[in-house]
Design a protein around this ligand. Structure first.
Ligand SMILES: Nc1ncnc2c1ncn2[C@@H]1O[C@H](COP(=O)(O)OP(=O)(O)O)[C@@H](O)[C@H]1O
Ligand SMILES: [Mg+2]
Length: 277
């Protein structure tokens, strides 16, 4: 397995200036909660236009890593750049950075008291200062894109989980992000609605959106991702082209994880107790 999965840099890059081809660049990132070191030296690159799937067992630090990328969590050390922003620079304009990054969570996080349309316009007006009419036009175009323009006047609670997640995607897209982060976007959905959400994400990838996706959907990862990154215990264990990592993983920890997600009925041989935490 090549470890040189790092996308090619376009010319020399100083540590404080983001490479224009690098949508995400993480170096030696450490994050602890009290005594518990959750990220133990993460390096990660996502090139512009690339789709990277982040896989790994529960508790391995995937959500924490995503949350560090837009400063929902503050790392202890290491460097992060996202687009043109050095996220770990104390003088970062946090709001300007977050405008460029869309995030879709497992639990949708829609505003329950707002209509579907208002969910997709409120940040455009408040954060981007778009005129209401333009915000509405953009929101409706994105609701159309996720197949839900006819639900514009409904409340989130009137929609299925899969529809709510599609609204969350339309809301994020309405901010015209350069990068989309997805944290297990289909994990809380009924099986019959998962495919609709994955289809939207496939479409986004095909349109060239830069995406970093935490997922257990291995067929999505295999078909859509340019690269798969396997994390365990707060480190990147293995990464490479999706078909290589999923089809012929090089590390035992990756093989064990994949056998569990690909066949949840797999019974493992007894393992040594995990004494990391
Ligand atoms: N806010 C927090 N405070 C304390 N511990 C946390 C917090 N968030 C996550 N953790 C712990 O960090 C570890 C990694 O969590 P997480 O990043 O959510 O993993 P994953 O998304 O891979 O399941 C877990 O042990 C979790 O309990
Ligand atoms: Mg998580």
């Amino acid at each position: 397995m090549s470890t040189s999965a790092t996308p090619p840099a376009s010319g020399a890059v100083s540590s404080s200036t983001a490479d224009t081809n690098a949508a995400v660049r993480v170096r030696d990132l450490h994050k602890s909660y009290g005594e518990l070191e959750v990220l133990r030296g993460i390096d990660l690159d996502v090139a512009a236009g690339e789709v990277v799937c982040l896989i790994g067992p529960s508790g391995s630090g995937k959500s924490t890593l995503l949350r560090c990328l837009n400063l929902l969590e503050t790392p202890q050390s290491g460097s992060i750049s996202v687009g043109g922003f050095t996220v770990t620079d104390p003088d970062l304009d946090v709001d300007a950075m977050r405008r460029r990054v869309g995030m879709v969570f497992q639990q949708f996080n829609l505003f329950p008291h707002l209509s579907v349309l208002e969910n997709c316009t409120v940040a455009q007006v408040k954060v981007l200062k778009r005129p209401a009419a333009e915000a509405k036009r953009v929101a409706l175009a994105n609701l159309e894109r996720v197949g839900l323009s006819e639900k514009a006047d409904q409340r989130p609670a009137q929609l299925s989980g899969g529809q709510q997640q599609r609204v969350a995607i339309a809301r994020a897209l309405s901010m015209d992000p350069d990068l989309m982060l997805f944290d297990e976007p289909t994990s809380s959905l009924d099986p019959e609605t998962v495919g609709d959400v994955l289809a939207i994400m496939r479409g986004l990838a095909a349109d060239g959106m830069t995406m970093l996706v935490v997922t257990h959907e291995m067929s999505f990862a295999r078909d859509v991702a340019d690269r798969v990154v396997f994390m365990d215990g707060g480190v990147v264990v293995e990464q490479g082209p999706a078909r290589e990592v999923i089809g012929s993983p090089q590390h035992q920890r990756t093989r064990t994880f994949l056998s569990r997600v690909l066949d949840p009925t797999t019974v493992d041989a007894p393992e040594a107790p995990d004494t990391r935490a």
